[in-house]
Design a protein around this ligand. Structure first.
Ligand code: 8YV
Length: 318
């Protein structure tokens, strides 16, 4: 009997790929060439019977590709973010979507705390201070600011925001949040984001990217967070108005930022990376062996669930 066909736009880790290879006929669009046109030509040639597709959230899944896969029923996105996918087109075709946010939540929440502490204690500069010998020649490193007892505002209280809240409470922080809708959570809800920022010492952004949250963190939000405030972003660069961020950091209207994500990756704006009051990380919050294995496994398990007519493990409503 012929194996069912699965289209691969982005492969999972090589250690996990054999699970798919064993059961399905894999159509490797990812190997068809570097350009979208080459991948599109491959999908057009081979997509007629494919039932499910594996890709990352920033893969170029074009309308022409979807048109060439009339049997497509499911897209298993192997990242948490899916803001680059054509959601309206998928919904219109009745194609279901799953992502991997449960698999990376804890490591991303850890990174939010790491960035918060590094930003508040100026840890990167402190490390260089020891390595360079400045400690011996210049004396004591300047005093920094604590996080214990301080006010944390979380922007977006999905499961990632909740995981950040749990960690911050262990640091004895007072945690409040902004979300589109109030959540049933024992945390203070602020329906007004500017108000939340003005009553926070640290703001951690965890909302999903996409058009709905583009530039949500505006110049006004940054100004409300203020000259002593720290803005941490572990969601998507698009959520922050980056030119306004550069201006706020340069002028001192905002104290500091600690960022894992940027408007332009992997080459963030040099005006941003030149600033002393920014702590930088190369979009690596989920960059652990554990998280990446769990993400790959979950993406594969969602394909198995779909192909076996079982409920998806981590569906996304679109
Ligand atoms: C990804 C992420 O691992 O899953 C996401 O949405 O932002 C990251 O953690 C990264 O985009 C992989 O390229």
């Amino acid at each position: 009997m012929n194996k069912a066909e699965i289209m691969v736009l982005t492969p999972v880790r090589s250690s996990i790929m054999p699970q798919l290879e064993e059961r399905f006929d894999l159509l490797r669009a990812d190997k068809a060439g570097e350009t979208t046109a080459e991948k599109e030509a491959f999908v057009t040639r081979h997509g007629a019977n494919c039932r499910a597709l594996l890709c990352s959230g920033n893969a170029e899944l074009t309308v022409a590709m979807l048109d060439a896969m009339p049997q497509l029923g499911h897209v298993s996105c192997l990242t948490a973010g899916y803001d680059g996918l054509p959601l309206r087109e998928l919904a219109a075709r009745g194609v279901t979507l799953s992502n991997t946010s449960p698999a990376l939540r804890d490591d991303v929440a850890d990174m939010a705390i790491l960035l918060m502490l590094a930003g508040k204690r100026d840890f990167v500069t402190a490390e260089t201070y020891v390595r360079s010998g400045d400690w011996a020649t210049k004396g004591m490193f300047p005093l920094q600011r604590s996080v214990s007892g301080k006010r944390l505002g979380i922007v977006g209280l999905g499961s990632l925001g909740q995981a950040v809240a749990t960690r911050a409470q262990a640091f004895n922080m007072q945690v409040s949040y902004w979300n589109r809708r109030e959540k049933n959570a024992p945390l203070r809800f602020h329906p007004d984001l500017i108000q939340l920022a003005s009553e926070s010492d640290v703001l951690i952004v965890t909302v999903a990217g996409g058009p709905e949250t583009e530039n949500l963190i505006s110049a006004d939000v940054m100004q409300a967070l203020g000259p002593d405030g720290l803005l941490v972003n572990i969601s998507r660069g698009s959520v922050i108005d980056e030119p306004a961020l550069i201006d706020a950091l340069q002028s001192g209207k905002l104290g500091a930022a600690a960022l894992d994500v940027f408007a332009s990756e992997p080459d963030p704006d040099p005006r941003l990376t030149a600033l002393r009051n920014v702590t930088l990380s190369p979009h690596h919050a989920s960059g652990t062996e554990e998280a990446r294995n769990a993400m790959a496994q979950l993406a594969v398990d969602n394909i198995f669930a779909f192909m076996d007519d079982k409920p998806l493990i981590s569906p996304v409503s679109i």
